[in-house]
Design a protein around this ligand. Structure first.
Ligand SMILES: [Zn+2]
Length: 146
């Protein structure tokens, strides 16, 4: 019942877990997640791997609730209910769609500084899915599980 087959999932683990982007040698744009054709110049040029800092800021966000779920998050909503999904603009430039964690709903705002952490996303038939989530950067950490 997992919505991505296990072998396909494991194949993507290195980039999911290590925040490696690919810098296009043609135009300098950093592609993340990695892809074969540069998202900016459209060339299938050579790429050089770049370790991303995982730091960025909230470019925009939305609360995913019943009835408004994009298809790729539909199954997840069944497991965890409503949750925010944000577009994060990384300091290196790429924008990625990711979930937030360790936040208070009332403190979320555009431009808030966040950092990447690895968190359990959901558990399905004893398969635990991990991925990158972003949490607000603040001086005092709040620990409240996954
Ligand atoms: Zn390019």
């Amino acid at each position: 019942m997992a919505y991505v087959s296990i072998p396909a999932y494991w194949k993507t683990i290195p980039q999911r877990y290590s925040l490696i982007g690919l810098r296009c040698k043609n135009c300098g744009y950093i592609n993340f997640p990695a892809r074969e054709i540069c998202a900016k110049c459209g060339k299938k040029s050579e790429f050089e791997p770049i370790k991303l800092s995982g730091k960025g800021k909230i470019y925009s966000y939305t609360i995913i609730a019943a009835g408004s779920t994009p298809p790729e998050f539909l199954l997840q909503e069944k497991y965890v209910g409503s949750y925010p999904v944000a577009i994060i603009e990384l300091v290196e430039g790429p924008k990625i769609v990711a979930q937030l964690t360790d936040y208070k709903i009332e403190e979320l705002k555009i431009g808030m500084e966040v950092e990447a952490v690895f968190r359990k996303i959901y558990e399905d038939n004893q398969v635990i899915r991990y991925g990158i989530k972003f949490r607000p950067i603040r001086k005092r950490r709040i620990h409240k599980g996954s």
